[in-house]
Design a protein around this ligand. Structure first.
Ligand SMILES: Cc1ncc(COP(=O)(O)O)c(C=O)c1O
Length: 339
């Protein structure tokens, strides 16, 4: 019998749409969506990002998702015979984007799985390394990376390697200070920080994100590679209004964090906790047989993200979804083969 899927917790999407005030503004501006996006709309959003992080606008680049900016960035730099290093497991797109840009992806396994393996990544850096990408917080484990660790890491890299810090989940990260992004791009050279409107802001389907560069010249070259009109006016409008609604944002983020803690406490009580507190809108569950866990949850109508041989990642969404996960895990851990 086919079980109805009740919760898709496989893609780290928020269960909520745009912030309430953003929805209202989108409805009231919909009549203007027959027009192409304007430079003014982009400039307004860039100004807001610049004010939020206290960085000059010339260092900010907006694109179709943080992935869109990363794609443009990779295309500004010669990739032939050049490598890009990242940990594995991590966000799947890094490997695809690097290959598409003509480069060589070097995926460094973490040991034990569930750590960010910064030292293992560093040990693979050589003369061919053009970029190093670190997701902070890490996907899929949610582990945070402190500013000190990022500084130490950048200083250990050769100048020829660009350091890309992907902070797609920054809004859920309680382990780093609010001015983290500004400090990274002002205290370090040759670094780019990626941010997304897809996660906490609930705009994944609109495709909008940005990057802040330590180097304004590289920012300008990246901006030049992004096709005109590739960021829609509805996305620009939603992102601009979203940044004005920080109080509403904080409320939804704190709800997600509360549910994250609920799930982590359950894992601790059942001796299933990975040991790494998540700073994202998801929780990592290492498992000897992740496929059995995946199938068990699916039988309860819950779609998780399986990492073969390593574990599963569970996106934190509504109270109901977390209750369903707890109930499903409780029956899984009492099955004879897992008791
Ligand atoms: C680490 C990481 N970076 C970036 C993204 C995607 O960001 P965007 O939707 O802004 O392209 C994801 C999505 O899952 C992610 O996990």
């Amino acid at each position: 019998m086919r079980v109805k899927q009740r919760f898709d917790l496989s893609r780290n999407e928020l269960h909520l749409g745009p912030l309430p005030e953003v929805q209202r503004v989108l409805e009231s501006t919909a009549a203007g969506f027959n027009r192409y996006p304007t430079d003014d709309q982009i400039a307004r959003l860039v100004e807001q990002i610049s004010a939020l992080h206290e960085v000059p606008p010339a260092h900010v680049v907006v694109g179709a998702g943080s992935v869109g900016v990363l794609d443009a960035l990779l295309h500004t730099r010669p990739q032939t015979d050049a490598s890009t290093i990242f940990g594995t497991p991590t966000f799947d797109e890094y490997s695809a984007l690097v290959s598409r840009a003509g480069g060589i992806g070097v995926a460094v396994p973490s040991d034990p799985p569930g750590t960010q393996a910064l030292d293992a990544i560093l040990s693979r850096v050589d003369g061919s390394t053009r970029q190093v990408i670190v997701a902070a917080p890490h996907n899929p484990t949610g582990t945070g990376v402190s500013i000190d660790e990022l500084v130490r890491f950048r200083r250990a890299l050769p100048k020829t390697a660009l350091f890309i810090v992907d902070q797609a989940y920054a809004e859920f990260d309680t382990s780093t200070p609010a001015d983290c992004l500004r400090r990274i791009v002002t205290e370090l050279d040759d670094v780019v920080v990626l941010r997304s409107f897809s996660k906490a802001y609930g705009l994944a389907g609109l495709r909008i994100g940005y990057a802040v560069f330590s180097d304004a010249a590289l920012a300008a070259r990246t901006r030049a590679v992004i096709p005109t009109f590739s960021v829609s006016s509805i996305a620009l409008c939603a992102a601009t209004e979203s940044l004005r609604q920080q109080r509403q944002l904080r409320q939804r983020v704190s709800d997600v964090i509360e549910n994250r803690q609920r799930l982590e406490s359950f894992l601790v009580r059942h001796d299933l906790f990975s040991g790494a507190a998540s700073q994202g809108n998801f929780v990592w569950l290492p498992a000897e047989d992740p496929n059995a866990l995946f199938r068990h949850a699916l039988g309860d109508g819950i779609l998780l993200r399986e990492y073969p041989g390593l574990g599963v990642r569970i996106t934190i969404q509504s109270d109901a979804s977390v209750h369903a996960v707890l109930a499903s895990l409780a029956t899984f851990s009492t099955l004879p083969c897992h008791a």
